[in-house]
Design a protein around this ligand. Sequence first.
Ligand code: DOR
Ligand code: ZN
Length: 345
Amino acid sequence: MTDRIVIARPDDWHVHLRDGAMLDAVAPYTARQFARAIVMPNLVPPVTTAAAASAYRDRIRKAAGPGFEPLMTVYLTDGIDPDELERGYAEGVWVAAKLYPAHATTNSAHGVTDIAKIKAGLARMQKIGMKLLIHGEVTDKAVDIFDREKTFIDRVMAPLRRDFPGLKIVFEHITTKEAAEFVLAQKADTAATITPHHLIIDRNSIFEGGVRPHLYCLPIAKRAIHRDALRKAATSGDARFFLGTDTAPHTVETKEAACGCAGIFNAPAALEAYVQVFDEEKALDKFEAFASLNGPAFYGLPVNKEKIALSRAANAIPDRVAAAGTGVVAFLGGKTIPWRFDGPV
Ligand code: DOR
Ligand code: ZN
């Protein structure tokens, strides 16, 4: 039995670090485990200019401390200017753009109402090699919440893939068998991130003994067959699947409410949660590819030189962490899990 693994330091290819007091509280958890992270731009107001992204990057660097590099993204709106996209990319302010269908999730009101409105921007991104990161859910209320990702593939993702064959696309936080199959049917220019929670919970978990608001996120967890398809994809070693936690902190008050926010805060034990899945799937030998190699290869960045270790050891996850004058409940909080992050070696 393998009791310790040493791998190149991982990166997190999808995080919500927020701003202000929440940023100060949560950034150290991500920086403790990851060398770099793709930072989501869904602030209020959203990050739509190079100046805003650059100022936000400075605030993140200050909150996270040395040794952590935030990789910024720009929030696509209907009115996005292709020249601004190119300027931010050429100046090294951002590496990618995030497409939120309008009203799909937290702070997405300014998102894209119709792909036709951003065609010029997408064409420019394809030309300059800037990546497109997609929240893949339709917002049509007539579509059942559990079918919104699958429907998005047919209505939006497949036509987009056809219309922009040279665009590098990340299908973010996939939650269905259909999404994994879609990615596998494309060439190397389509990849997907997979969260730890979608590898561990299924939709029943959200209702186990009562409503569990801290397991509510978007896209919502699906049936066990989908979770199992994601486990297979993540642990396959295929270069198109890589780590993206989608850690999304909300205060305990805004989660435990009549209309609770979507988002799971998994940064306190993200690597431990992932490695447990790889261990259960007897695929520890594939963990480094998923956590540390596939993401940099897709983004055209070097693999981190530093190494980190994880060991098999009982690890009690804190129930909640102090943040912004209140608390944020951690994924797996209050549980003892069988792996521990040992830090750099
Ligand atoms: O659950 C989610 N929370 N899904 C998202 O897409 C956004 C995120 C957030 O920002 O809270
Ligand atoms: Zn997200």
